[in-house]
Each structure stands twice: as C-alpha cells, then as structure tokens.
Design a protein around this ligand. Structure first.
Ligand SMILES: NC(=O)c1ccc[n+]([C@@H]2O[C@H](COP(=O)([O-])OP(=O)(O)OC[C@H]3O[C@@H](n4cnc5c(N)ncnc54)[C@H](OP(=O)(O)O)[C@@H]3O)[C@@H](O)[C@H]2O)c1
Length: 478
C-alpha cells in the first residue's frame, strides 16, 4: 500500500479531515501503523496451506469461534485444503478467565498492533463490538491487507458508505465479510448477496431483534409486565449492554439499514428511518390485538411503492394469527422477503447467542480459506429513492377522559385528513381514569395518520400521546 491509498482510506473514514503532511503522518501512525506491512501481508499469505487468524474479542462470539475452529479443524482442512489457525486473540483484560481453551500456539494479547502489524496474520476477525476502537481495527486490518470478518452491525450501519469507499481502494483479494452482523445465525447476508440477483425485492419485513421478540412473547403469551420481561431477557443474555438499543428499536434499525443496502442498493442515513420501539405498548394493546385475531411484533419493514421508491420503518406492528411471523416467538428472528420471482421466502432462526453467531463467522472464515471471491460485499448501488411515507392500515389507541362526543370528534378529525375508519374497539372499562379505545383505519398514508394523531392529542379529553402501529398486511381481515 502506498501513502496515497492510506490517505484516501483515512479520509473516506472521516479520520483525516484535510490533506496536510502532518495529518497523513498521524493517520499512518495511529491507524495504518506500517506503510510497508500491507503490501507484504497482501502478497504473502502466511503459507500455502495455512490461513492465520487474529481475533479481536474473546467474549461470547469470539470464544465460540475458537471452539468451533478447534472442534472441526480436520474437517475444515479437508474442506478448504488449508489449516485454519488462530494465532492471537486480543482482549481488554488479559487476566480475565476465559470459558474456552486457547489452541496450541495461540496467545492472548491486549494491543491491537499485535495483530494489525503481524504480517503472518491473514484475517482479522472483529468480534469485540463498539463503533470507535472496532472501527480503528477494521480499518487498520483492511488497510494492512488483511481480510476482515466481523459481527458488528452497529459499526457497519454507522459507517457503511465509508467502509465501501475504503473497500474500493483496496487491493483485490482483501475481503470484508459480515454474515453474523444481521440476525446472528440466519444466513441472510449471503442470501441477499447471491440468491436475489435476478429478482426484484418488493418487501422485506422481519423480526430482527431477538430481545424485543422475547419480551413481546413474554408480555403476550405469559402475561409478564414490561419490566419483568426486560429483566428476564437481560438475565438470559438477549439484551444489549444498553437495552435502549433493543427496546427503542435502534438495533433493528441498524440491521434494516444494512438489509436495505443489499436489497435495494441504497444508502439511507439511519436516522431517516422512522424508529419506534416497544416502550409505549400497554397490556391493553395486546388485548385489542387479541380481539382483532392477532398479536404484536416489533418489525423492521422496507417496501417498494408503485413508483419504485422505497420506504422503511421499525415499529411495533399488528400481525394476524395466520401470518407466519405471528408464531415466531422467544428470541428467534425471522425475515420474510417478497419478490417478483421467488414470491415469498422466509428465513427463521437464531438471531443471537454464542454458537449461532459464531457459526456465521465460521462460514465467512471458511469461505476465505476456500478462496471464494466476494467482489462487491454490498451489491451494486442504485438510484432508488428513499421516501419517508408509506401506506398502511393503522391501529390507533386513544386514552381518554370520559365526556360526550368523543367518537364524533375523532370521526371529524379523521375525515378532515382523509382517513377512513374501518372499526372502533372498546374493552369493558374498568376505571374511568384508564379508559382507552382503539381505532382501525382503512389503508391510508402514514403522513395523514401523523396529522390525525396531532389533532386528536390536542382535544381536551385526550390523555397523553395516542399510540399507533401499522397493520402488517393489507389483507389482514381474511
Ligand atoms: N452475542 C451475540 O449473540 C451477538 C450476536 C450478533 C452479533 N454480535 C456482535 O458480536 C460482537 C461481539 O459480541 P459479544 O457478545 O461476543 O461481546 P462480549 O461477550 O462482550 O465480548 C467482547 C470481547 O471483546 C473484548 N473487547 C471489548 N472491547 C475491547 C477493546 N477496546 N479492546 C480489546 N478487547 C476488547 C472483550 O475483552 P474482555 O473479555 O477482556 O472484556 C471481550 O472479550 C458485537 O459487535 C456484537 O454486536 C453478538
């Protein structure tokens, strides 16, 4: 690698803001470490019959990768013609006990440079998480000519365009693989890269966050409170270190953004995608969902409209009991893809956990050992436009103080914004102060629903923000 490429890559990743000798020098020292090492490591694989790994992270996923590689070493050698050797595992605290056995000749290190500057290491596996240091090690490894395997959806979603720009500057043979980053063990990335090349995807909708699906199952089926469901999910290791990422829908949105890049060739800023989590859901919403013959799932949805533009959102959605997604319970993930040729394909499996996630990383590592090429890890780009509006049937729940004329006023507001009401639901009222009724609309614009909600909230009897959610299918009544 020459200095110019180092700069392009650093600038692309936003690490160097202007082209001055001092910033180039800083970039080289802090990120790229050695200008000569990349050339050497790109051209010299560690040996003809060995592929050597440095793993950043020796936790849940990292430990699983080491275990599977040890257990299936002979099989992988037959499959790929190479020994896959883990040379170094980089962790934060070297003295911490590990729940996996280090293979012979493998050392625990704490400095990124021990892997980044080791020319005998061909592949960097980034399973430490985060978006700052993880970015440095991914950039450093790629720039030093090492292929990268990562499970880090947050990093990819945040820096996707920059990562793509960096990849375009690299020498061929340096690959970026990230199967584990979306839906853990489900091979959805590979499918998006290879199984829809002759197809046109119209809709993707999925349960792409295991923690919230576990919680919604516990709240609906097991009648747990929100707090009970969250602490159970945390105790079982389903929640992120910061559970806001799960319950706020942000983790699902990161994954949806990556899937949209693959399915539609588009790069959407994450915060352009409307994102609502499960925190506003109440017991009453589950009761109304049951009355309607369905349940509630937190979904990531991206859909092409008649003009060919794509809209997307993460939100709790009403799904009928006949819908395949309604019976996907616990921490399981599922994605349905509707497309012109394949019509409907559904992928269901474990979205997280040591072995499902490590399994996806292993598939990437084995693909590299076999010499499989992956020229465009994110598929070709397209001019597809993102629109922040979509049509759907909506469920609205309105909390009210009892008074005369409430339904008439709601009807007037809906009429004003062209929203047609399909039905009104009301449970027996236990206490006047907790009264709420629900409305199901006909298919309308999301923008019109937002106007209805704003107007209704301003009415004197309306208590707090009305809750709303899309109904997943147009044919929800059949
Ligand atoms: N767990 C899952 O089910 C799952 C599923 C899909 C994707 N992922 C992704 O996989 C990645 C890893 O997740 P995980 O569950 O394996 O995390 P984890 O159990 O917390 O392990 C993280 C590992 O990285 C090391 N580490 C963290 N920060 C570091 C730093 N600054 N320098 C050196 N080492 C550092 C830690 O070292 P110490 O052990 O010394 O603290 C630990 O060994 C994340 O990007 C996550 O989003 C995980």
């Amino acid at each position: 690698m020459n200095l110019q490429i180092a700069y392009i890559a650093a600038a692309a990743l936003g690490r160097v803001s202007s082209f001055t000798p001092s910033t180039i020098s800083t970039a080289r020292q802090t990120i790229f470490r050695s200008a000569s090492s990349s050339t050497t490591s790109t051209l010299n694989m560690s040996s003809e019959d060995t592929i050597t790994l440095g793993i950043f992270g020796g936790g849940t996923v990292g430990g699983g990768i080491v275990e599977i590689l040890s257990n299936k070493a002979d099989y992988f050698k037959q499959l790929t013609g190479k020994s896959i050797e883990v040379k170094k595992v980089c962790v934060r605290d070297a003295s911490k006990p590990r729940d996996f056995t280090l293979p012979e000749g493998c050392s625990i290190v704490t400095s990124y440079d021990d892997i980044l500057n080791d020319d005998s290491i061909d592949v960097a596996v980034e399973v430490m998480g985060g978006t700052t240091d993880a970015k440095d090690v991914v950039v450093g490894a790629l720039t030093n000519g090492k292929s990268v395997v990562t499970a880090n959806k947050a990093l990819i979603a945040k820096d996707l365009p920059e990562i793509e720009t960096l990849l375009s500057t690299l020498e061929s043979g340096t690959q970026f693989r990230y199967e584990a980053a979306v839906c853990g063990g489900i091979p959805i990335i590979r499918s998006m890269q290879s199984d829809f090349v002759g197809d046109n995807i119209q809709l993707m909708c999925g349960i792409i966050n295991g923690c919230t699906n576990f919680m919604l199952t516990a709240m609906d089926r097991d009648k747990k409170s929100y707090d009970e469901a969250l602490s159970e999910a945390s105790a079982l290791g389903y929640a992120e270190a910061d559970p806001t990422l799960d319950v706020g829908g942000f983790d699902a949105r990161s994954k949806l953004k990556i899937l949209m890049r693959l399915a539609y060739g588009m790069n959407v800023e994450e915060d352009e995608i409307s994102c609502r989590g499960i925190t506003e859901l109440t017991k009453m919403d589950f009761e109304y969902a049951k009355m309607l013959g369905g349940t509630i799932k937190l979904l990531g949805v991206a859909e092409k409209n008649d003009a060919g533009d794509v809209s997307a959102y993460v939100a709790p959605c009403y799904v009928t009991n006949e819908d395949a997604l309604s019976s996907v319970n616990g921490a399981t993930n599922a994605i349905e893809v509707l497309s012109d040729n394949l019509v409907s394909s559904i992928y269901i499996g474990q979205g997280a956990g040591r072995y499902p996630t490590a399994n996806s990383c292993i598939n990437d590592i084995v693909a590299l050992a076999k010499g499989d090429q992956n020229l465009l890890p994110f598929n070709p780009t397209s001019e597809t436009k993102f629109v922040n509006n979509y049509e759907s049937v909506f469920y609205l729940r309105l909390n009210y103080r009892d008074q005369v004329g409430i339904t008439r006023q709601v009807g007037e507001v809906c009429e004003k914004h062209g929203v047609s009401i399909h039905s009104i639901l009301q449970n027996p009222v236990a206490k006047n102060q907790e009264s709420a009724f629900a409305i199901v609309t006909d298919k309308v614009d999301y923008a019109a629903i937002l106007k209805v909600l704003a107007d209704v909230e301003a009415l004197s009897w309306c208590k707090g923000k009305p809750f709303y959610m899309p109904v997943l299918r147009d044919d929800w009544q059949n």
